[in-house]
Design a protein around this ligand. Structure first.
Ligand code: C5P
Length: 251
């Protein structure tokens, strides 16, 4: 019985504004995807890694991850798809019969620690077939109506105000979690969730932003373990600067 980690690295990362895909952007001298692969390997609980690469960059991604002395796990690199969900599905297609647990992890979270990887796998092994790391949120979160609300009638000439959305709900903050990766799954459940998700995506042109959401859509239970600050997601230059600070703190 083995653990396969799918490391999603096929995004373009346009919000970082570099010429490179985000996973190949460097942090402290190493590409983000390599940081993530090294920490997966250092957990000691991951047997194999499949990396999803952007179109045309499979060889470049292979050069980065397959020869690294710290990864020391069999690594395969496959072409990702047009959405994150499609990329995970491409990785999942390479799962072997022995892989009873599948982790899905974003290269965009390069500093997720080996301890976090072990916590997620341990929860799956303890009998929870879908597990995500989550952090309490500090902001009050509102759900809004996507449709703009027309301005109330005014007596004088209408001033053009800023765009507005209508608040629909304020969920209890104590019960909210900001969810991270790696997310861990019983392989058969994740395969079932992706098959159903692919059918829906075809019909509705929607793609899930995380794998646990696909499991929830099946009506199955997802459990949360404690996340961590260092598993932050890198989207902007500012996130990269924060990750740099965290890396220096831990050096
Ligand atoms: O775009 P975003 O930052 O939400 O992507 C999350 C992760 O999914 C990143 O690691 C990115 O490389 C990956 N991804 C992918 N295939 C896509 C889009 C995103 O593997 N088509």
């Amino acid at each position: 019985m083995t653990v396969l980690a799918i490391l999603t690295a096929a995004g373009s990362g346009t919000r970082l504004g570099r010429d490179l895909p985000k996973a190949l952007v460097e942090l402290g001298g190493f590409p983000l995807v390599l940081h993530a692969a090294r920490r997966l390997a250092a957990s000691g609980v991951v047997d194999r890694i499949v990396v999803t690469a952007p179109p045309g960059l499979t060889a470049a991604m292979s050069d980065v991850v397959t020869a690294d002395a710290h990864v020391v796990r069999p690594v395969r690199v496959v072409d990702g798809g047009p959405t994150r969900q499609a990329s995970v599905a491409a990785g999942l297609a390479l799962a072997g019969g022995d892989d009873d647990v599948v982790l899905v992890h974003d290269a965009a979270r390069p500093l997720a620690s080996p301890e976090l990887v072990r916590r997620v796998v341990a929860a799956v092994r303890a009998g929870h077939p879908a597990v995500v790391p989550g952090q309490p949120v500090t902001d009050t979160i509102k759900r809004v109506s996507p449709a703009p609300v027309s301005a109330p009638p005014t007596s004088g000439p209408a001033a053009a105000g800023p765009a507005v959305e209508r608040v629909v709900e304020t969920p209890d903050r104590a019960l909210l979690r900001a969810v991270q990766t790696p997310q861990g799954f019983d392989r058969a459940l994740l395969e079932r969730a992706h098959a159903a998700g692919a059918a829906r995506a075809g019909a509705e042109h929607l793609a899930a932003t995380d794998d646990a959401g696909l499991v929830e859509a099946l009506g199955e239970t997802v459990h949360v373990v404690a996340g961590e600050e260092s598993a932050l997601k890198i989207t902007t230059e500012r996130d990269l600067a924060v990750a740099h600070l965290l890396l220096e703190e831990r050096a």
